[in-house]
Design a protein around this ligand. Sequence first.
Ligand SMILES: *Cc1c(COP(=O)(O)O)cnc(C)c1O
Length: 428
Amino acid sequence: MKKIFKPETLMMSHGYRPELSEGSVKCPIFQTSTFVFNKAEDGKSFFEVAYGLREVGADEHPGLIYSRLNNPDMEILEDRLTLWDGAEACAVFESGMAAIATALFEFLSPGDLLLFSNPLYGGTSHFVHHVLTKFGVEVIGFKPHATREELEKLIIESGKSDRLKMIYLETPANPTNDLVDIEMCRNLADQFHKEGEKPLVVVDNTYMGPLWQHPLKHGADLVLYSATKYIGGHSDVIAGASLGSKELIQRIKTLRTFLGNMIAPHTGWLLMRSLETLKLRMEKQAENAQVVAQRLAKHPKIKNVHYLGLLTPLDGKDYEIYQKQCSSPGAMVSLELVGGESEAFTFLNNLKIVKLAVSLGSTESLAQHPASMTHAGIDPQEKLEYGITDSLVRLSVGVEHVEDLWWDLEQALEAVPEPKLEFDEAMI
Ligand SMILES: *Cc1c(COP(=O)(O)O)cnc(C)c1O
C-alpha cells in the first residue's frame, strides 16, 4: 500500500529529483532564461505540448523550453502548493495581483456579469471597478452578511442573470473578518447555469490559506493567493498563486505565458524555502493570536475585537460558516478602540515590537489603520457599512514570544487617553 504523506512532510522533497541536479539536497535556483534541447526533435515535441497541438503523454514530462513558459523553480513550487489545497493544478505569479488579474481576464468577457463580496482587497477593488468595467464587464458588489435571497435578487435585478460568469469572494473579509458561505455561493452559481456551463466561484484565500481554509472542498472552482502573505511569510517577497482543476489552470497558464507575469526563478526558490516552515509558522501565529485576542477583548480601552476565535453560537450564521469552513481562527485580529482616529493613531504610534506597516501573515507582527491606509480608497458611506470605522486597527500576529507581544500592546494602549465620559460630569 502506498503511504500518503502529509503536506508538511512533502514540502522538503515533492517534485524534486536530486539526481537531476548533481545530488543537491535543495532545488537550486535555475537562473536561466532558456533551456538546451538535446535534439531538434525534442524541441519540436516540447513546443507541440506548449502550444496545445497534442496532449502530454501519460509518462511524459513536458520539456523545459524558456523561463516565461516553464522553469523548475516555478514547476516544483506549483506541485508543492497543490498539496495544501488538494488541487489538481497550480499556476504561480510574480504578485498576488498578477494571479488575480490573470484569472479575471481569462474568465470574463465583455458583457459578462461579475458578482463580488465587499469589502474587497484594495488592488482587486480597483481592478474590478476601473479595469474590468473598461472592458465592458458588468460588476455588482454585495454587502457582508447578504443572504442567498438578497444575492439572487441582485443578480435578477441586474437584468443580466443569463450572463453571470463569476462569483468572486474574499472570506474572511479584510479587515473585519466577516464570513461568506462558499457552499451557498456554489449553489447560487449552479442555479444560474446556462446550457450546462456554470458560473465560476473564485475565492481569494489569502487571509486563511493555505492551511486553515480549503475553498475547493466547499465547491469553489479556483483559489487565489497573494503568496506575499502567509506562503512567503517573511515580508521579503511579492508573489501570487492560483489553484484549481487542470483544465482551468491550463487556461490561466496560457494567458500567463502571453502576459509574461510568471514567477521568477529566484522568487520561486524563496517560496519553496518558505513552504518548509509554513505549518510551523502559521500554527504559532494562530496560537499567539488566540491569546492576544482574548486579552484585548477584556481591555477597557477596546470596544470590540473582530477575531474568528471569539465567535459563539450567539453570532448565528457567522459561527455556522466558521464551523463549516475554517479549521482555525487564523492570526488576523482587528480591534476597535474606544474613540476614533486619534486614539487609533496614538495606539499605533506607541507600538514598539509590532511594526506599523500594511501586509499580513508574516513572522513579525504588523499593525495598520484600514480606514486611512489599506481601505482609504473606499467611499466613506461604504466604509461604515462594511464596519471599517476610524477607531479600527488591523493586527497581523507574528511568531514573537506572546508575552512580549502582549507587553507591547498593553503599553501602547496605556498611552491612549482614558475614554471620555458620555457627558461632562462638571455640568451636573
Ligand atoms: C496582499 C493581498 C493581495 C495582493 O497581493 P500582492 O502580492 O500584494 O500583489 C490580494 N488579496 C489579498 C486578500 C491580499 O491581502
